[in-house]
Design a protein around this ligand. Structure first.
Ligand code: DMJ
Length: 929
């Protein structure tokens, strides 16, 4: 979600009808407040902002350059294996793959980002490539929603900026609406999806064969998500208004009208999924995140772009309901549409991070600041926003596919408040991306924010959205070659010009079913000139809202969060929550007895209590399991940048309780490790690589341990298996006592394993770190004289950082070493829903005698003894993670395996090392991985 920067109140808006002017200024007049705004955080200098802006440009080049060099014309880059993701050639990831239509998705999604980032020449080249290479007629079943927001939106955003550039007279002089023609062709390909009695589109369509033909392999679905049906109007209306072909806008309006009619009338909420034939709600839970998010976004933005009051009225009706039921500041919690006082779950998903940005557009800043602050603290705890996290801020789903929503909200909050605090937030996002997600061949999604492990995935929205918002956050007006305030951002951050509101508008109300009345003034609350209300003359306004929430995440513990939640509610005694329940407490027993009997409120509490109990108990079951581990490649040219998700073993050294194990890897002979090793000299003191199969995991462990190995990595023998597509599992023992196995053992699927095997072939000496969580690069490079640009992945800093003398070198080294290591978070687990799309049972089934204790990802979690937060006797939260972390740091100091890092190196050797590392880094940058 998003909206362009913003024209100040009173600025002339040419070519816009009066109502459109109101809409546009309502949305963006907040910006006028920014120029006068100074809040608690230190202002950021122009130089610093420019430096950060340049860093964003460099990062974009790294992502886009690697895509173009190694993946194009494929849809997406696989940044770990440095190749393109071609649908059908990789194991299916389920619905996620429905975005891939063999139409060079990343290139199309990146088009208007190139212009925003001032890369006009590259834009011109990219447009030529799209026109030359992209085929929209492939026999592929794609998601209508994703194709609309990413491809249709990408083509329209590209067209919008192409005509802007052409008009300026320097670039794109040859352009003759070719992107628009492609967009129109694609629009017609999507239209058959709307062939339902309701007018809601089918969720998928075959680009070549449509819906109904037998070859289409789709058209049998009955349900779609609300966002899927309700996120079309901006692109479809733009297509109609650009081309004059009214049909697109009409279809999108009809779908929106139907959703509006189907809203739950007493709560004014909509569910997550709906039957496209009957209009019945299939999932009756309702939130602002996954499945619904951009439906709300598009109602408000349709009003801004099209100036149609009915959209504002609908948005406001829904918004009131959201603020009444779902908003539980600083949380946003899903509820049931029929029983909106009943929470539908105890966790939140990462997609809702767009909502503060939408609230800025609406003009409701206070809750936007609160939710954003809460999200930022979750990010500070885990470096990224996990896909889902619980109300007590534990990880629920551990992945993070480099989603842009939080950056988007940060940008809008900065525009609205001018508070430099949000620039610092952006700086942290940049640092974390470089530190934890950057790999030699692009940026890799986080497979698990707790371990820091990567997934071989760089989604196109990372280029479409993340870099735009980050760049715009630090840019001044003169840093952008056009006026961003003349455009609205789609949900994929594609730019559509506001002048469309006055173009071909006669088509807009044909065939719509709803009747609209004149809007009363309440619909325009918070719009210009109400900045006085938004920004009372208190320069610390935003900070004063954030202040009480400063420690909301750190201070929370499973019981503490209840107090936090409740402290935001007023009035009656809070209901008993499952997490608080104690069977020994007579008061609790009394409340239980009353539930379901006395009143409807008690009944609702009872229902919620039961639901929470079920969820809690399944969560507790999961917490009996072990979480995934990390294999981090630390030797050059990887330098800790590549982190692979590994399965733990139920025997051997438990890496969560002990120091990590670091060593060079060596293949064992026989490779299956099922008999005494014939190459003990090769594996002695090293981490042995063994192939899965032929015998028990424990037997392999004993054989390599007897040969002197300090650890073992079992690599799956099912070719092509990957943690991206198969649920991870723990290696079980052999049913006997395994106490004799002292070394750590980890499991890698074949794809991750082959990254190490390829590295050995290429570089011979490959050193890895086995741990519960990827370690900070500065700690990994301890004692190595490596320029910090390698650690920070910012080549720009090369000149600044080179030490001129031995002393300088030593100081620099010390500085790097002191960099903090990551927090340890042991307790969280993924839920079964997380990988329901990704699970490949065949990859799991043991093809041999390995008795894998197969667990679904939902079951991957930590030992209960590893609970990271507890309540001490004084009722305060204590953080066992920190204690464990401290403990492990102390142990590390005395660890002979890492003592090499402290040895004093003569200067010649330091410089030799350094040169070697620089060379390696340069090679790496040339993608010789
Ligand atoms: C993007 O494709 C769009 O922002 C969409 O609305 C939902 N989220 C993804 C990125 O997370």
């Amino acid at each position: 979600m998003s909206e362009a920067g913003g024209r100040g109140c009173g600025s002339p808006v040419p070519q816009r009808a009066p109502w459109s002017l109101v809409a546009a200024t309502a949305a963006i007049c907040l910006v006028s407040a920014t120029s006068v705004w100074t809040a608690g955080a230190e202002p950021m200098s122009r130089e610093e902002k420019q430096k950060l802006g340049n860093q964003v440009l460099e990062m974009f080049d790294h992502a886009y350059g690697n895509y173009m060099e190694h993946a194009y014309p494929a849809d997406e880059l696989m940044p770990l294996t440095c190749r393109g993701r071609v649908r059908g050639q990789e194991p299916s990831r389920g619905d996620v793959d429905d975005a891939l239509g063999k139409f060079s998705l990343t290139l199309i999604d990146s088009l208007d980002t190139l212009v925003v980032l001032n890369k006009t020449k590259e834009f011109e080249d990219a447009v030529r490539k799209v026109l030359r290479d992209v085929n929209l007629d492939n026999d592929v079943v794609v998601s209508v929603f994703e194709t609309n927001i990413r491809v249709l939106g990408g083509l329209l955003g590209g067209h919008s900026l192409a005509i802007m550039l052409k008009e300026k007279g320097e670039y794109m002089q040859w352009y003759n609406d070719e992107l628009l023609q492609m967009a129109k062709q694609l629009g017609y390909k999507l239209l058959p999806a709307f062939n339902t009695t309701s007018g809601l589109p089918y969720p998928r369509i075959n680009l070549k064969f449509g819906i109904r033909k037998p070859e289409a392999r789709t058209g049998t679905e009955t349900d779609t998500c609300t966002a899927c049906a309700g996120t079309l109007i901006l692109e479809f209306a733009a297509l109609s208004r650009f081309t004059g072909a009214t049909i697109f806008e009409e279809y999108a309006r009809k779908a929106l009208d139907f959703l509006w009619e189907k809203r739950q009338r007493s709560s004014n909420l909509v569910g997550v999924t709906i039957n496209i034939h009957t209009g019945d709600w299939v999932r009756k839970d309702s939130g602002v995140g996954a499945g619904i998010d951009s439906y709300y976004e598009y109602l408000l933005k349709a009003y801004v772009l099209l100036g149609d009051d009915s959209f504002l009225e609908r948005f406001n009706t829904h918004y009131d309901a959201i603020m009444r039921y779902i908003s539980q500041p600083p949380l946003l919690l899903d509820v049931h549409i029929h029983k909106p006082m009943l929470n539908a779950r105890t966790w939140m998903d990462a997609l809702l991070a767009f909502f503060p940005g939408l609230q800025v557009l609406k003009g409701d800043i206070r809750p936007a600041i609160e939710t954003h602050e809460m999200l930022y603290q979750v990010i500070k705890k885990h470096n990224f926003l996990p896909e889902a996290f619980t109300t007590d801020f534990r990880v629920h789903w551990a992945q993070h596919p480099l989603r842009p929503e939080f950056a988007e909200s940060t940008y809008f909050l900065y525009k609205a408040t001018g508070d430099p605090y949000y620039l610092e937030v952006g700086k942290t996002l940049i640092e974390n991306l470089n530190k934890y997600a950057r790999v030699p061949c692009g940026f890799a999604a986080m497979k698990d924010v707790r371990t820091g492990s990567h997934e071989d995935r760089m989604d196109s929205f990372f280029l479409a959205e993340m870099f735009k918002y980050l760049y715009l956050l630090f840019a001044d007006k003169e840093d952008i070659i056009f006026d961003i305030e003349d455009y609205i951002f789609t949900t994929e951050a594609h730019l559509l010009p506001l002048w469309l509101s006055t173009t071909n508008q006669s088509i807009s109300k044909k065939n719509t079913t709803s009747e609209y009345t004149e809007l009363d003034d309440s619909n325009f609350d918070w719009t210009c000139p109400n900045t006085q209300i938004l920004f009372p003359n208190d320069p610390l306004y935003a900070q004063s809202i954030r202040e009480p929430l400063k420690n909301v995440v750190d201070k929370s513990c499973p019981r503490g969060i209840i107090r936090v939640e409740e402290s935001f509610r007023s009035g009656a005694k809070p209901p008993l929550r499952a997490r608080d329940f104690m069977a020994t407490n007579p008061e609790h027993l009394e409340i239980l007895k009353k539930m379901g009997a006395a009143s409807s409120i008690d009944a609702e509490d009872g229902l919620r209590f039961m639901q929470e109990m079920i969820e809690l108990s399944s969560q507790q079951q999961k917490e009996q399991q072990l979480p995934p581990r990390a294999v981090q490649i630390v030797s050059h040219p990887f330098f800790g940048r590549v982190v692979l998700t590994a399965g733990p073993a139920q025997f051997g050294l438990d890496l969560s309780k002990h120091k990590e194990t670091r060593g060079f890897v060596a293949s064992s002979k026989p490779y299956n490790g099922c008999s005494e090793l014939t190459n003990p000299e090769a594996v002695m003191g090293k981490i042995a690589l063994i192939q899965r199969g032929q015998c028990m995991f424990a037997e392999k462990a004993r054989n390599i341990q007897n040969a002197g190995a300090i650890g073992g990595i079992v690599i799956d023998d099912n070719e092509g298996s990957s943690s991206d597509t198969a649920p991870l599992f723990q290696m079980a023992g052999d049913g006997k006592d395994t106490d004799d196995i002292k070394i750590p053992m980890l499991f890698l699927f074949s794809k991750e394993g082959s990254i190490i095997l390829d590295a050995i072939r290429e570089y011979e000496e490959v050193e890895v770190l086995l741990s519960d969580k990827a370690k900070d690069r500065a700690a990994i490079l301890k004692g190595k004289m490596i320029p910090s640009y390698i650690i920070n992945s910012n080549p720009e800093m090369e000149n600044e950082e080179q030490p001129s003398s031995e002393n300088d070198a030593q100081n620099q080294s010390a500085e790097q070493i002191s960099s903090s290591s990551q927090e340890v978070d042991l307790v969280d687990q993924e839920s079964s829903e997380e990988n329901s799309l990704n699970s490949h049972p065949e990859a799991l089934s043991p093809a041999d005698m390995d008795n894998a204790a197969s667990i679904s990802p939902s079951e991957q979690t930590s030992n209960p003894t590893e609970n990271h937060e507890t309540t001490n006797l004084n009722g305060e939260c204590t953080d066992l993670d920190n204690q464990l972390q401290e403990q492990s740091e102390t142990e590390e100091d005395s660890n002979p395996n890492v003592s090499w890092g402290k040895k004093v190196q003569p200067i010649d050797s330091i410089l030799a090392d350094w040169n070697e590392d620089i060379e390696a880094f340069e090679m790496m940058e040339k993608d010789e991985l």
